[in-house]
Design a binder for this molecule. Sequence first.
Ligand code: AMP
Length: 622
Amino acid sequence: MTKISIDLKKAELVPNDLIIGIDLGTTNSLVAVCKGDNRNPVCLDGASGVIVPSVVYLGTEQMLVGNAAKEFLVHEPERTIYSVKRLLGRSYKDLRDRNAYFGYRIVEDEQGEHVRIESQGTYYSPVELSAAILSEIKLRAEKALGTSIRKAVITVPAYFDDLQRQATREAGKLAGLDVMRILNEPTAASLAYGLGQSPAQNRMIAVYDFGGGTFDVSILRLEGGVFEVLATRGDTWLGGDDIDRAIVDFWLQLMPEAAQHMKKKAHMQQLRLFAEEAKIMLSDGTAKHYLREDQLDGVSLKLSLSNTDLEQLCTPILDKTINIASQALHDAGIKTEQIHEVVLVGGSTRLNLVKDKVRQFFSGVHVNDSLNPDEVVALGAAVEADILAGNRRDILLLDVTPLSLGIETLGGLMDTLIPRNSRIPSSASRQYTTSVDGQVNMEISVFQGERELCAQNRKLASFQLKGIPAMPAGLPKIEVRFLVDADGILKVGARELRSGIAQEISVHYQKDLNDKAVEDMLLDSLNNAKSDIETRLMIEAQTEARQLCYTAKRFLEKNHQLLTPEEHHKTLELCGELETLCSEEDKDAILASMERLNDYTRPFAERLMDEAVGAALKGKKL
Ligand code: AMP
């Protein structure tokens, strides 16, 4: 039976597959849809505009979301949850160093895997609180459109890892939404600008997205109406919030006495709001000076900030963003002069200082800031939703993986299946085998990162393929398959091809590294590239040598009748020599010793072949 929805306000038929686009932001969230014959995206209005502050107030009686919740930020910070997006899919360990940033209490769950928010003796998960924001947004969209909503596209920063994406998806589900796609914010932004929709348009675009809590740069190539993300880089701990904090720190340094009284979280919260007020006032360059005299719990404050102060405080932060932009260009193999257009996204790009820095870096390139930087991502999410609803068949989306994905092989080496910056959705499979006779279990450990040794990469998960039929080493064929779906979620499967036994990953993330460390991994891989390759070659030689000794000794055990006692003795001697060399770090000596062992034992293998052929002929009836 086909169901038809009717917009009761406008008495219009609404397509069944109405999908909304949601920008679930660190600071603010917005919702948009595409409407009318021209399918233009528009943000949906609520009583206080299009923006829903991503803030949840955990009251005794009820939970409040948005502007109503924001009111409590200063006076009840321990109950007023902001920046919950920073907690999504994170463990307490990831956030331990950032504890001071939160005005409320974050704790570890029993398993030590996820962070919880504690308020008045009740524990909340970041997924629950994000779901509260999404429910509010769903409600707003339903009110504005006069119909019930079930489907949504939700955006995330390009740097979100699999667990953070999954947590976002769960939050959507909890809010009663079928999440059709988790979309990278820079990709959404480019869609909002309508780029790539004309087949004649060939362009290289840099999307510079500087929001409240996250920063991303993506390099996009538009060709023949198709756009492709060539590279994406970001920092999930860099945003306008950092500017606010820098201003607060600046003020506290200037008034050491007042700073003594500023220990309470409520005070710090109030200062943070004043800092944001100062930043916004000075942002477009028309005002020269911010001055505020106020009282906080009887302590008088004189808060002053000049344009020059702001510039000085912003410079290190903005330099970081430019560094990241330059790394993204490097990843994409593109020079600044090859970029045709820069797109600015995120509330912090309203700062003239930001625009100037970006213009300076992409000198001569047109910097496009024509759309409202707060709305761009939601508008793009609505365009993507419209594509998924089947209303625009002319656009193809391609995205990339931020870090390489692979498994651990013998000697602790990283074997990459899906390299960094691979287009997604993407899949790859590779065959492996056992290293010991009769081996019935195989450990599959999944890592993310750029180093040659798994120990220096990030372990995502591990599982055992159990019940491999006992066979000589090297015979089982085990296919490991990686699939990164369109949402950037990784699924790993392993299958022994002869017996058909298979195992899908049971995802267990070991998240001992924080975001900063993950980013450091990228830098480390560049800095250590030469020594890493040497280590890899060394380990490969040692592994191959050990395997050769193992095979040679097994040969001796099984085929002693083919060898004279001298040959037997000499083979063992050569194996002994090779095994000793394996514990040393001289690759050339290992390779030379392997060659000696190979040369010496080659005739034995030929003898075995002759014997096998002879036996086969004997059995044959002519
Ligand atoms: P978003 O995450 O994109 O919603 O951006 C929010 C950030 O933009 C917050 O850090 C705001 O303080 C900042 N912001 C909003 N308006 C302005 C403005 N006019 N000048 C500077 N920063 C702004």
